[in-house]
Design a protein around this ligand. Structure first.
Ligand code: AMP
Length: 275
């Protein structure tokens, strides 16, 4: 594995390798969720490139940009063991100049749910993903379903801008208790982790209700909301939408997602299930 910081170094490293490129963009503090994406990229491509870049333009004022976990040494080891060919770790100056051309998320799908609670987050996310897809020359790029709206918007960007890359959705990886893995879980105390289990538990409960015939969104959302209570839990939204993010009155199996965002003390967590 080569670790490259500058864009020049990345281009040189790429030139020395031949074949299809599997690309996994991340913000580091790698966990089993990231590793699963990397392993899949390894299986399906000749070359694997992973990027680690905590992208400032997707953090809003007052969010956790400065405290976002950074674990460079551990991340390098994980990538090396996973047989990554190129680990790209650019600096902010490598990636951005002043007065840049900007990318805007679509006005509806980019500004509901996550986009409503974190306005302009997706503009910054799409901006960096566009840069990274171009820099990596990815044949296949791997993204987690955990960030369902992000995945949908990247898929749309690739389509709308004719980017020659396939977007590959990957299943959500959870710990043994059901908690969706996230770099931000590192912020949670033992007690808060226990509280955070309510996210996946409520989704499992709703899934059971769907399996036994209850398909009405209103009823399912009410049930989930009633499970997302606790003195340090603050629910932001629970929504049932189609795979292309249109609100659904009732679950359509094969075309539905239940999405939620919850604060557990000072940590914002998201989770979802695809039905
Ligand atoms: P991040 O480092 O949080 O920006 O995530 C990088 C990529 O890993 C994104 O495509 C995420 O959706 C994906 N990812 C993060 N956590 C998980 C998880 N628990 N399961 C599957 N994919 C994940």
């Amino acid at each position: 594995m080569v670790v490259v910081k500058s864009i020049d170094e990345l281009q040189k490293a790429k030139e020395s390798l031949k074949g299809t490129i599997g690309f996994v963009p991340t913000m580091g503090a790698l966990h089993q969720g990231h590793l699963t994406l990397i392993q899949r990229a390894r299986e399906e491509n000749d070359i694997v490139i992973v990027s680690i870049f905590v992208n400032p333009t997707q953090f809003l004022e007052g969010e956790d940009l400065d405290s976002y976990p950074r674990r460079e040494e551990a991340d390098r080891k994980i990538c090396s063991v996973a047989k990554v060919d190129i680990l790209f770790m650019p600096t902010i100056d490598d990636m951005y100049e002043d007065d840049e051309l900007l990318i805007s998320a679509p006005k509806v799908r980019g500004y509901i749910l996550e986009g409503e609670k974190r306005p302009e987050h997706f503009d910054g996310m799409l901006q960096v993903v566009m840069k990274l897809l171009n820099l990596s020359s990815a044949t296949n790029a791997y993204f987690g379903k955990k960030d369902a709206q992000q995945l949908a918007l990247i898929t749309q960007m690739v389509k709308n801008y004719f980017i020659p890359c396939r977007v590959i959705p990957c299943d959500i990886i959870r710990d043994e208790n059901g908690l969706a893995l996230s770099s931000r879980n590192a912020y949670l105390s033992k007690y808060e982790k226990q509280e955070a289990l309510k996210l996946s538990k409520s989704l499992r409960k709703a899934t059971k209700m769907v399996m036994s015939g209850e398909k009405r969104s209103k009823i399912l959302i009410k049930e989930i909301e009633s499970n997302l209570v606790g003195h340090n839990i603050k629910m932001e939204y629970v929504a049932i939408v189609s795979r292309d993010f249109k609100p659904l009155e009732s679950i359509e199996i094969g075309n539905s997602m239940i999405l939620l965002a919850v604060w557990v003390s000072g940590t914002r967590l998201i989770d979802n299930i695809w039905l």
